[in-house]
Write a protein that binds this ligand. Structure first.
Ligand SMILES: *[C@@H]1O[C@H](CO)[C@@H](O)[C@H](O)[C@H]1NC(C)=O
Ligand SMILES: *[C@@H]1O[C@H](CO)[C@@H](O)[C@H](O)[C@H]1NC(C)=O
Ligand SMILES: *[C@@H]1O[C@H](CO)[C@@H](O)[C@H](O)[C@H]1NC(C)=O
Ligand SMILES: *[C@@H]1O[C@H](CO)[C@@H](O)[C@H](O)[C@H]1NC(C)=O
Ligand SMILES: *[C@@H]1O[C@H](CO)[C@@H](O)[C@H](O)[C@H]1NC(C)=O
Length: 573
């Protein structure tokens, strides 16, 4: 629906915008809630075929086909549902929550191309909606993703509520085994690379690391409450917190969202991490990148500014006013457009910041966040401003207007009827890509909730101390592979191996591994490689420094699951 932002009559435009935002929230809230529930099986009106408690990403089956259940999306959706239930906002949701827990505990046990429950299968990003494994080749080069972290956070929130009503032993026998699998997975795998939340880059990702830290931190407290051993979770939470700091790029002044991929690193990933790890007890703590922390605000400015000139619908908007935002400026997926959930995330981060400043009764402007605040008042200086000061009032009023602006843009590009797709066209604003995206509905609802000043429960981000030395996590699970290649060679010539993982020297011919000709003409080497991983490789010949590669394409195989072994019998090409 279009929201009238300005009027010819002389009414204060800020007041009018506020009213319009309010009326959008009033009409869109029930639509978003219904849209979200429609996408949950077995009774959801748009999720036909989904089993009980299974969340579909979208009913869209063509360009793109999203009729699958992603662990990430499902967990974010159920975190919202669990928050609504446990805070008493909607007491009708208990049955649905129980269905979700049953569905996810089934999915945990489904053997899939990433492995079994013991050998990496928990890292699988998505499943068929009938709770079978998705066996296509999509997005699984290395699993190890954000799903188990987000799922355990959702379930711990529910379990903490349940603990007030039921015995510890009941929670230990029902929910703990499910939650423990996810926590153990996170503790064992956080230090491995994996696909980012957009399933495009295989590297380390800020969002993933941030939600892993949260899950281990609250997992440790939860385990302790149940009388379980929490040592590993606490140790690894400290290690993850230490690693989390490394994403901050002090030279560029923003959080780099991914360690690989060759992009700017400017990404909605960082705002999403802030809102999904918001802890109202942690103030504006920068080590956990709280929404009002100077680092998160500096990043938010760089992120929002990156869309001002690239989207046609943002043209003509003042340089300090809200704009439509997308995943990252380099995005080309479906044309590279603004997304509803990313624009909502910006508003939500700002509302969370306002909530915290109000609660703590002051606001800090640091050298890091100065540019963020100066866009509203160029004369503002570094300092701490108590809520009684005019600077506090001016800045918070400006941030409120800025935040409402993102909500108003969300409103402006929401079609009549209120359905939320994934994206809206960068030049026309018309909804695009998957329709009725469950995550879009969830993101709208959490934005509305933050606008209303609702705070989530604390999860333990307050008062953490970042270790001075970062220790690594457990080593990557490995499998053993023997490479045999039948290759006839001439005197002085040797056969080497290189490929797509560090154990195969990342395609570097100068450090490629030499094979043994003990069973000539079979050349052979046995190597430990990452388990359950798609690996590309080639053999090369070298003589007197001259390198000859095998012909294309690359050889490719999926390595065995953890501690497994296999032998590959190749012939030189
Ligand atoms: C589950 O869904 C997949 C994908 O639609 C389908 O190929 C498979 O046959 C279904 N399996 C069962 C047991 O229904
Ligand atoms: C929790 O306890 C309250 C009060 O004792 C009771 O009314 C409610 O039914 C309980 N809920 C559950 C899920 O046990
Ligand atoms: C593993 O942790 C160490 C210590 O924090 C860090 O230097 C390294 O980059 C991490 N690697 C990955 C892939 O997480
Ligand atoms: C794999 O081997 C290591 C080292 O022996 C062992 O600690 C680990 O438990 C094994 N993992 C599995 C899943 O068998
Ligand atoms: C390669 O050959 C060995 C025996 O020489 C055999 O055990 C192994 O299964 C073969 N590998 C494949 C992938 O066929």
């Amino acid at each position: 629906m279009r929201v009238v932002l300005f009027s010819a009559i002389s009414v204060c435009s800020a007041v009018l915008a506020q009213t319009s935002v309010g009326s959008y929230i009033a009409t869109e809230s029930p639509i978003a809630k219904a849209g979200l529930l429609a996408n949950i099986g077995a009774d959801g009106s748009k999720s036909s075929g989904a089993l009980s408690g299974v969340v579909i990403a979208s009913p869209n089956t063509v360009n793109p086909d999203y009729l699958y259940s992603w662990v990430r999306d499902s967990s974010l959706v159920f975190k919202l549902i669990i928050d609504q239930f446990t805070t008493g906002a909607d007491t009708t949701l208990l049955g649905l929550i129980q269905d979700f827990i049953t569905a996810e505990s089934t999915l945990q046990q489904v053997s899939n191309p990433s492995g079994t429950v013991e050998t990496g299968g928990l890292g699988e990003p998505k499943f068929n909606i009938n709770e079978t494994a998705f066996t296509g080749a999509w997005g699984r080069l290395t699993p190890r993703k954000d799903g188990p972290a987000l799922r355990s956070t959702a379930m711990i929130t529910y379990a903490n509520w349940l603990l007030k009503n039921t015995s510890v032993s009941n929670v230990v026998s029902t929910l703990w085994p499910v939650i423990k699998l996810d926590l153990d997975y996170v503790a064992a795998n956080w230090n491995q690379t994996g696909f980012d939340l957009w399933e495009e880059l295989d590297s380390s990702s800020f969002f993933t690391t941030a939600v892993q830290h949260r899950s281990l931190r609250e997992g440790a407290t939860f385990a302790t409450a149940l009388g379980q051993d929490a040592t590993t979770y606490t140790t690894q939470a400290d290690n993850v917190l230490c690693f989390l700091q490394s994403y901050w790029d002090s030279t560029s002044g923003y959080i780099t969202a991914n360690t690989g991929g060759g992009r700017s690193g400017i990404d909605a990933n960082t705002a999403l991490a802030s809102i999904h790890t918001f802890d109202p007890a942690a103030g504006c703590d920068a080590s956990t990148f709280q929404p009002c922390s100077d680092k998160a605000l500096a990043s938010l400015k760089v992120y929002t500014d990156s869309f001002r000139s690239i989207y046609g619908i943002n043209s003509g908007i003042a340089s300090n006013a809200a704009v439509a935002t997308g995943r990252y400026p380099e995005d080309v997926y479906q044309g590279g457009n603004p997304w509803y959930l990313t624009t909502a995330a910006v508003a939500e981060q700002l509302y969370d910041a306002l909530i915290t400043w109000s609660a703590q009764g002051s606001l800090d402007v640091t050298a890091t966040s100065l540019a963020f605040f100066q866009q509203f008042d160029s004369s503002v200086a570094v300092g701490t401003y108590a809520s009684s000061t005019s600077t506090f009032k001016t800045l918070t009023a400006a941030v409120q207007t800025f935040a409402d602006g993102f909500l108003a843009i969300h409103a402006e590009y929401t079609p009549s009827g209120g359905g939320l797709a994934e994206q809206f066209d960068r030049d026309t604003g018309v909804p695009l890509s998957a329709l009725d995206l469950t995550w879009s509905y969830a993101a709208a609802l959490t934005m509305f909730s933050a606008h209303a000043g609702t705070v989530p429960l604390s999860w333990g981000a307050a008062g953490l101390v970042v270790p001075t030395t970062c220790l690594p996590g457990p080593p990557a699970p490995v499998a053993t592979v023997t490479f045999n290649v039948d290759a006839t060679t001439v005197e002085g010539e040797n056969i080497y191996l290189t490929g797509s993982v560090s154990q195969l020297q990342n395609w570097d011919p100068t450090t490629a591994l030499i094979l043994s000709p003990a069973n000539y003409p079979i050349w052979s080497i046995t190597v430990e490689v990452p388990a359950s991983t798609i690996i590309d490789y080639k053999y090369i010949r070298q003589q007197d420094g001259v390198v000859t590669w095998e012909s294309d394409p690359n050889n490719e195989f999926t390595s065995p699951s953890v501690n497994g072994s296999t032998t590959l019998n190749d012939t030189w090409r």
